[in-house]
Design a binder for this molecule. Sequence first.
Ligand code: ASP
Length: 587
Amino acid sequence: MYRTHTCGELRISDVNKQVTLSGWVQRVRNLGGMTFIDLRDRYGITQLVLNTETQPDLSRTARELGREFVIQVVGSVAERSSKNSKIPTGDVEIILDKLNILNKSAVPPFTIEDDTDGGDELRMKYRYLDLRRNPVRRNLELRHQMGIVIRNYLNEKGFLDIETPVLIKSTPEGARDFVVPSRVHAGQFYALPQSPQVFKQLLMVAGYDRYFQIVKCFRDEDLRADRQPEFTQIDCEMAFVEQENILNTFEGLTKHMFKTIRGVEIEGDFPRMSYADAMELYGSDKPDIRFGMKFIELTDAVKGKGFKVFDDAEYVGGICAEGCAAYSRKDIDALTDFVKRPQIGAQGLIYVKYNTDGTLKSSVDKFFDEAELKRWAERMGAKEGDMLLILAGVKTKTQNALCELRLEMGNRLGLRDKNVFAPLWVVDFPLLEWDADTKRFYAMHHPFTSPLKADVALLDSDPGKVRANAYDLVINGVELGGGSIRIHDDVLQRRMFEVLGFTDEEAQAQFGFLMNAFRYGAPPHGGIAFGFDRLVSLFAGVDSIRDVIAFPKNNAARDVMIDSPSPIHLNQLEELSIRLDVKNNPQ
Ligand code: ASP
């Protein structure tokens, strides 16, 4: 038997027990004739002790030990004279009788400690060592726990977990597909699912009116901290439902998760905000509503005073930063540099300080007198001690920049506490997005999303104005989930494809199976998918979804541990009837 207990298990009540433990050597210390070994496994650390003088054989073996050696020990549990209150096993130690090396270890390239000396790339290359570290292990345990809670909850609500295929035909979800060549059908390709979207809709047609799956999805997109080429969704679909039913069901799931996993009770209904309001008030379709600082538009109030920046602007708007009138020149310069960064792209930043003595001071004093500044301050709800931060320019771009500035101020003022959770439903998204380059509409969500009933007629007259029956769940500025009520009749679905610029033949070739299925009694249905990785990272309080994925890719979409992607053998290519452009073939 390799072990009778784990390394996290023994307590003072176990004193005098004879035990066998197995695990990894965290460290070895020699102190005044005694050798101490910290033995680690997934459950914790237990201190082992042997007497260098009276136990020469054991001592000889102990001298061979290095970090991460795998050992098995037999000994008796004893009360420690100097206790360590920081670890649950800190009251006891094991007085060794036997020490057996099960396996040696090369010197690990970084220390297996909470604060390791390994950089990101090194940790990823040796991810199996990184996974031994507590912070990473805790994230994976949390992920497991959340998976169980979600499954149990949905199971209790009558949802069936049904697997859908991974080798499919391309489904449009707005990203590029990963494709897999078929050997049997030379020249033809499968696509990896961007999501199980069409399958879950077909399951509704098939009568499985509550479906869910915790499922891998694949999207060939440029990566960011919260994106991976393969990621996991909690994918759900329901039949005979309206938007209200879906929002209630998944609000319930979200609250249940917060309660069981984080012990956080979220009171009341999640607020809802239209997409239009989210853009107008926060410049984002995923506003962080942990704090206010909503945008106030000033465009009409500031024109005609000879200040060219405002006179030429399509939009002038600002935020009121509470208690910031005392900001120094240096602070304001830093904020100005921030908004002028190329990725934010503002031309400059205008400030108005509403000083505690009631005076107002701005960077545009030349053009606007104090009475004027006071009017802005009133309009923006500022009080003495506050500062207005104002941007001007082309509308969307300026609102985007103001959004970044608002978040930055939220950070500076400590308003984005990781332990505060502010959920929000964003609803009434536009159905379509106009793309000026290709001069056509694209589905903002996906082409199966239903328009709002009230807006269907606009599909013919003004498609850009049609609102979708779609919703996103946003928590703390992160889009955690999104879904929609679907189109369930073939005529409307065909009309939608037409608006999206598909010819009848193209629509038939790509989605014939779906429209065909809709001819056989498709029930009204809708669904949602949550980004599981993002949800776990929110609960874990980490910034990158990589921290909650056992084997993630780096931000160049590479798995540096197994070295993938990698060239394949010419024989494999031949079997697939694929000839590569020589330049791109490293073989
Ligand atoms: N398939 C959609 C997505 O992955 C979610 C949904 O509409 O249910 O975003």
